[in-house]
Design a protein around this ligand. Structure first.
Ligand SMILES: Nc1ncnc2c1ncn2[C@@H]1O[C@H](COP(=O)(O)OP(=O)(O)OP(=O)(O)O)[C@@H](O)[C@H]1O
Length: 258
């Protein structure tokens, strides 16, 4: 428990998630073992939009999965807020994920038989949690979904479906939203629509978003970019533009030794 005498960091300084010496190896000690993450130290700051970039196979999805408690770590420690998730058992981890983390995936993952409104509150309904109606209404209004709530996913455009998925991730007011290539299945206009909504979630709803992306233009919507290469955190960028992100990515794509 913290005492009143201890200074509390401001929201901007408080990491929503952090990892220290995070190593993830697939394949155990076998000859085909892959070190997907190699002693990574990383902070995902609260109230900010962070993009994770890097060449294919650099460890982006693995980092996200380990930070979100979706995958176990080989060594190192991971915290979500003040909770060390690397010390939790399966059941506690499941509860923590359910209550404190939101997810947006490339493939929307909406239930086709439910309306948009039902999809948005489904995780809370399953968890037996009563939605905070004022908050859910604010999310729906802010994401411009008010006139789409009775539609089923098939009656919505891809961009609208992904906005519903964003609203679903936001509905429980999680501490952190992980978005894995959220624009990967969308045309550029719909992708832009979704990126703007993630930006709005941070700026107007005071949420925290961490997004894996291949796209420098998408990363430019973030406040901060983390660059991975060969399982290591090799670069960071504040207030990115698409041009500078592309430039940094080109450096990472240079083959080793050249
Ligand atoms: N379940 C797994 N079993 C074995 N190796 C894996 C597994 N998942 C990932 N890897 C390996 O770990 C490394 C990092 O993979 P990861 O998916 O995190 O990279 P990424 O940067 O997200 O790639 P991409 O941009 O192509 O999605 C790769 O070499 C990959 O082949």
């Amino acid at each position: 428990m913290t005492t009143a005498a201890q200074p509390q960091p401001s929201a901007d300084e408080r990491p929503a998630a952090r990892a220290r010496l995070l190593t993830k190896r697939y394949g155990g000690d076998s000859e085909v073992a892959v070190t997907a993450l190699d002693a990574v130290d990383v902070d995902i700051n609260a109230g900010r939009f962070t993009a994770v970039m890097g060449p294919s196979g650099s460890g982006k999805s693995t980092l996200m999965h380990c930070l979100a408690g979706l995958d176990s770590v080989t060594s190192g420690r991971v915290w979500l807020g003040d909770s060390e998730i690397t010390s939790l058992g399966d059941r506690e981890l499941t509860r923590l994920r359910r209550d404190r983390v939101g997810f947006v995936f490339q493939s929307f993952n909406l239930l086709p038989t439910l309306t948009a409104g039902e999809n948005i509150t489904l995780p809370m309904d399953i968890a037996g949690r009563r939605p905070d109606r004022a908050w859910v209404d604010e999310v729906i209004t802010t994401l411009g979904l008010g006139d789409r709530l009775r539609h089923r996913p098939a009656q919505l455009s891809g961009g609208q479906q992904q906005r519903v998925a964003c609203a679903r991730a936001l509905a429980s007011r999680p501490e952190l939203i992980f978005a894995d290539e959220p624009t990967g299945n969308l045309d550029s206009r719909s992708g832009l629509e979704v990126l703007r909504q993630l930006r709005v979630a941070v700026d107007r709803l005071d949420q925290t978003v961490a997004m894996v992306t291949h796209d420098p233009a998408a990363a430019a919507h973030a406040d901060h970019v983390l660059f991975l290469a060969d399982g290591r955190l090799v670069d960071e960028l504040e207030d990115p533009t698409a041009e500078v992100v592309l430039e940094r990515m080109k450096r990472l794509d240079v083959p080793r030794g050249s």
